[in-house]
Every structure is written in structure tokens, then in C-alpha cells.
Design a protein around this ligand. Structure first.
Ligand SMILES: NC(=O)c1ccc[n+]([C@@H]2O[C@H](COP(=O)([O-])OP(=O)(O)OC[C@H]3O[C@@H](n4cnc5c(N)ncnc54)[C@H](OP(=O)(O)O)[C@@H]3O)[C@@H](O)[C@H]2O)c1
Length: 243
């Protein structure tokens, strides 16, 4: 039944989210994309993808997009490779996530919230410092957003990725690990591979209530996403209250 409800992609108008929308659409699955500019989005996505107007930073604009959906894939963020002030990062990458979680909790949503974020949220390095300085403490707000997702009571999958490249997917070996990786140019991955990972995670029971990192590894692709996901285990739940 859930299969015929659309999968909502927030961030589906460009980058990795757009690639995810195109894969799901090719598979014949119903896709809905939230867009600040619906006309431009419809041109990119084609007529089989439903486009609904909305802006993450405007909570009241979200309910139409969340009406009767199967799952939410959230890849939105302040545009990659550009500098932003902290006030904008916080509004988009922290409050934006909170707005979507709240809208999902208020609706009859019973699917999964899949969230794309960055390596480096759990660790400190020279590159973490550089990115946070250039882009308004993005990793600090993304870490807080993760905590809110895990505490939301919704089913979720949190996927942290290495530095994103516009390269063909399916070429390089992959590493999937629950261990936090540092942000570093050593850890990279193609947007096309990340898009595949989200689609595979959507259907894989081992990815529910998990937080993990994905990056390229050495050599050619050997294992499929479903095989790599087999090793995942759910995040530890909240600690029981002391007696
Ligand atoms: N660059 C990296 O190396 C790297 C590494 C790890 C993770 N990430 C994160 O991974 C995600 C995907 O990155 P990407 O480079 O593939 O995508 P991207 O090109 O940065 O696209 C960001 C998406 O977020 C949407 N968006 C931004 N603000 C919004 C708002 N207020 N309301 C609704 N939608 C909004 C954009 O919509 P518009 O079309 O309206 O602008 C766009 O669809 C991003 O969150 C990024 O920060 C990046």
C-alpha cells in the first residue's frame, strides 16, 4: 500500500537529491520533490515527478508536500561549495530539519526519514575547522540535526558522506562504516554512488535506525550496496532511566 504513496525528496532539485529522484522515477516509483522554484524544478525533473512548492525555512509551507507520503529523503542544504553565514546555515540545515520532523510528526507519516549529511560531524580535524569557518559552522548544526532525528521517534537512516564529486557511479570500491570518519579530501565519493546508496537503503531492513558513513575505498567495485548494508546494526537506543 505504502508503495503507491510518493517518496518525498527534499533537496531533489539539484545535486545528489536530483540523481535520487531520477533513479526512483526510472524504477517507476512515485516521486514528489519539494521545490522553492517549482517551474525550474519541473523542467529538470520531467513530467512524471510531482513537484510541490515549499521552503524548508518556512514551516507553514511544508504540509502540502508531506501529505500522504511513503518516505522522506532529505538531501537539502546550503549549496555545496559556496560560503554562507551561520544564521543562514542554522535556518536551513538545523531549523529546516526540525520543521520537517515536526510536520511529519503532526501528519499520519509512518515511513522512514533518510538524511544525507557529511563526514566530519563527529570528529575534529583541520578540514572540519576550515569548512566550519567557510560555511557558518555547518558541521556543528548538522550534528545537532542528527541528534534531533535520532530522538524524533521516527524511523530513520542517517548517511554521512565524504567529499562529493560529479563522477560516474559504480566504478570504485565502497566503504560503509558506523565509525565516524574525519572530513578530509582523502575521503571522497561520487554523488552518483551516494544516490544509489539512498535508493538501496530505502529497501534494506538493516538500514533502519542506523547512522553510518560511506566513502570510496581502494580498487574497483566488488560488493553491492545490499551486501555492504548487511553488516550494519541499529544505533544504540536511548539509555534506560536510572533506578
Ligand atoms: N559538497 C560536499 O562535498 C558534501 C559532502 C557531504 C555532504 N554534503 C551535503 O549533502 C547534501 C547534498 O549535496 P549536493 O552538493 O549534492 O546538493 P546541492 O547541490 O548543494 O543541493 C542542495 C539542495 O538543497 C535545496 N535547498 C536548499 N535550501 C532549501 C530551502 N530553504 N528549501 C528547500 N530546499 C532547499 C536546494 O534547492 P534549490 O534548487 O532551490 O537551491 C538543492 O536542491 C547537501 O546537504 C550538502 O551540504 C556535501
Amino acid at each position: 500500500m505504502n508503495d503507491r504513496k510518493p517518496i518525498l525528496i527534499i533537496g531533489g532539485t539539484r545535486g545528489t537529491g536530483l540523481l535520487i529522484a531520477k533513479i526512483l522515477d526510472r524504477q517507476g516509483r512515485p516521486v514528489r520533490v519539494l521545490a522553492r522554484d517549482p517551474i525550474r524544478a519541473a523542467e529538470r525533473l520531467g513530467s512524471t515527478v510531482q513537484v510541490v512548492a515549499g521552503d524548508l525555512t518556512k514551516e507553514d509551507s511544508l504540509p502540502p508536500a508531506l501529505d500522504a507520503i511513503a518516505h522522506i529523503i532529505f538531501t537539502a542544504g546550503c549549496r555545496s561549495g559556496r560560503p554562507f553565514r551561520e544564521v543562514k546555515i542554522k535556518a536551513t540545515e538545523y531549523h529546516g530539519v526540525l520543521h520537517v520532523l515536526a510536520a511529519a510528526q503532526r501528519s499520519d507519516f509512518s515511513g522512514r526519514f533518510l538524511y544525507m549529511t557529511s563526514s566530519g560531524v563527529m570528529t575534529r580535524s583541520f578540514w572540519t575547522f576550515c569548512l566550519n569557518t567557510y560555511k557558518g559552522n555547518t558541521l556543528k548544526w548538522r550534528r545537532r540535526a542528527e541528534d534531533k532525528i535520532r530522538a524524533s521517534g521516527l524511523d530513520y537512516t542517517i548517511i554521512r558522506t565524504g567529499v562529493l564529486l560529479n563522477r560516474a557511479g559504480g566504478q570504485r570500491a565502497l566503504k560503509v562504516t558506523p565509525d565516524p570518519l574525519p572530513l578530509s579530501p582523502r575521503y571522497r565519493i561520487a554523488r552518483a554512488d551516494v544516490a544509489e546508496a539512498f535508493v538501496a537503503a530505502l529497501d534494506h531492513p538493516r538500514t533502519t535506525r542506523t547512522s553510518f558513513e560511506i566513502v570510496w575505498s581502494r580498487g574497483n567495485r566488488r560488493e553491492t550496496w545490499p551486501v555492504l548494508f548487511e553488516r550494519l546494526t541499529p544505533d544504540p537506543g536511548p539509555l534506560s532511566p536510572a533506578v
